[in-house]
Design a protein around this ligand. Structure first.
Ligand SMILES: NC(=O)c1ccc[n+]([C@@H]2O[C@H](COP(=O)([O-])OP(=O)(O)OC[C@H]3O[C@@H](n4cnc5c(N)ncnc54)[C@H](OP(=O)(O)O)[C@@H]3O)[C@@H](O)[C@H]2O)c1
Length: 250
């Protein structure tokens, strides 16, 4: 195809449907609000429906947010969750698996259960959801997947080897899936943040963790901002984008 035959701008986001996991978390909440403000419809997963409020997550009362219950450790159920995500607004165009766990553990403290749970939530669930949703995106000729990695996948980080390994696995998925999807209007990327304030995860960090060189922690809305930029860019694929205030040693 000649360059001048390719679309030069992205189609409107109005009507695009996003499946977002972990919308009750600090980052998930900010991303959900950013998506709603930008005109997306959002199907958000929560672990416990009784602890989540649509009014709180959709303060603008857009009516474009539906919450569904899903535990990311329940691997067997996730294909059904992905399938049901099309019910409220139509086929899912955007997958944002944001739910994550990171219990701080030293190497000798990591039990088989810790390892299994961390891998299930952080790596297996994003994989299964992508496995279920990517073919439809390819078929329809448009889609976006943005995994939530961590700077720990590059540096080892402060949570522990189980967490770093689970996040590094997402980078393999980015490369494998983006290569398959690129010619079909579907991009696959990851954002790797570090030290984001107003999250339960940061509350669990040791107090010895140094402040990033920019002099403060990151904000969830800064993750949302980058996520929306990635969704709006059709030429960006196969990338892991660091968002870490200069904290990764070079
Ligand atoms: N905060 C940081 O500095 C930082 C840095 C790098 C990467 N990240 C990544 O960013 C993502 C979002 O985390 P956050 O920082 O916003 O922390 P958070 O406030 O702790 O949010 C974690 C989210 O994951 C959900 N979740 C945990 N286990 C789950 C399970 N088994 N099933 C379903 N949902 C589950 C939580 O649901 P509940 O509300 O039910 O617990 C919550 O919505 C994670 O993938 C994390 O690894 C965070």
């Amino acid at each position: 195809m000649a360059d001048d035959e390719r679309p030069t701008s992205e189609p409107s986001r109005e009507g695009r449907v996003a499946l977002v996991t972990g919308v009750t978390g600090g980052i998930g909440r900010a991303v959900t609000r950013g998506l709603l403000d930008a005109g997306y419809a959002v199907v958000g997963t929560v672990r416990d429906r009784s602890r989540a409020s649509t009014a709180e997550l959709d303060p603008g009362r857009t009516g474009r947010l539906v919450l569904v219950e899903a535990d990311m450790t329940d691997t067997e159920r996730l294909h059904a969750v992905a399938e049901a995500a099309a019910d409220p607004f139509g086929p899912v165009d955007v997958l944002l698996p944001i739910a994550g766990v990171g219990d701080v553990r030293a190497l000798d403290e990591i039990s088989p259960e810790d390892w299994e749970r961390t891998l299930r939530v952080n790596l297996t669930a994003p994989f299964v959801l992508a496995q279920a949703l990517l073919p439809g995106m390819v078929e329809r000729g448009w889609g976006r997947i943005v995994f939530t990695s961590s700077v720990a996948a590059f540096t080892g980080g402060f949570v522990g080897p189980h967490y770093a390994a689970s996040k590094a696995g997402l980078h393999g998925l980015v490369h494998a899936l983006s290569a398959r999807a690129a010619a079909h209007g579907v991009t696959v990327n990851a954002i790797a943040p570090a030290l984001i304030a107003d999250t339960a995860m940061i509350d669990g960090m040791p107090s010895s963790v140094p402040t990033p060189p920019v002099g403060r922690l990151g904000r969830p809305d800064e993750v949302a901002q980058l996520t929306l930029a990635v969704l709006g860019n059709a030429y960006l694929t196969g990338q892991v984008l660091l968002l870490e205030g200069g904290s990764r040693p070079s």
